[in-house]
Design a protein around this ligand. Sequence first.
Ligand code: MG
Ligand code: MG
Length: 265
Amino acid sequence: MVEPGLITAAALAAARPLIRAGVSTLEIDAAAEAAIVARGAEPNFKLVPGYRHTVCASVNDAVVHGIPGGRILEPGDIVSIDAGAQYQGWNGDSALTVVVPDPDRPDVVAEREQLSRITEGSLWAGIARLARAKHLNEVGDAIQSYIELEGQKVGHRYGILTDYIGHGIGKDMHEAPPVFNYRVKQKGPDVKPGLVVAIEPMVVTGSIDTYVDQDEWTVITRDGGMASHWEHSVAVHNGGVWVLTAEDGGAAGLAPFGVVPVPIA
Ligand code: MG
Ligand code: MG
């Protein structure tokens, strides 16, 4: 799964510089698709029944599953791009969030960047816990604890979506087991070599109550709160963990947690 992971990373690397004012989400979709196809892979989102695009582009109060289209990004938008590639029958899945600069509204940008930074940090906290965990559901405990602690530091109570969660990944993009982004009573499956999961906290500034738009895909906060979504596909193997959808295997993101990812031999 190393190759589809790196191809997924390349798709997001192609999308990232296009997340700026004046660009449509459809253009971002095209750039991600070109990056995947150029490497002999296939956008696995197109394999999801009824979905016709390479990425999901979720803007502002859209949390996940936003459909790319003619919407032109504006200054201050907080944009989550989710993408995945299938290569030789194996899958990658990853997401990131970027805030479009807005010189006229530095306070709005700062708030949204804080949301994205804390969401990304919670993802790395979850991956770091996976590296040491006995049971999978320790990951959600680490994510929730991180969000709560960082929220306290900035005096804001963030919400973690519970209607949507992470998942196992392999020959299918979405497999068992479920990967919770919050504390649950059950311990979950043992963490052992061969486990590959997509961890993906979805965090909002307000209530976690959402609805699905008339387009039948886009998940939107009911209270209009802003949203961020970060995701990586992570492999547990004999030597440790390796973040498949990060060029460096997660070295930079895991460093603050004292975890060193181990390449898959
Ligand atoms: Mg995803
Ligand atoms: Mg996923």
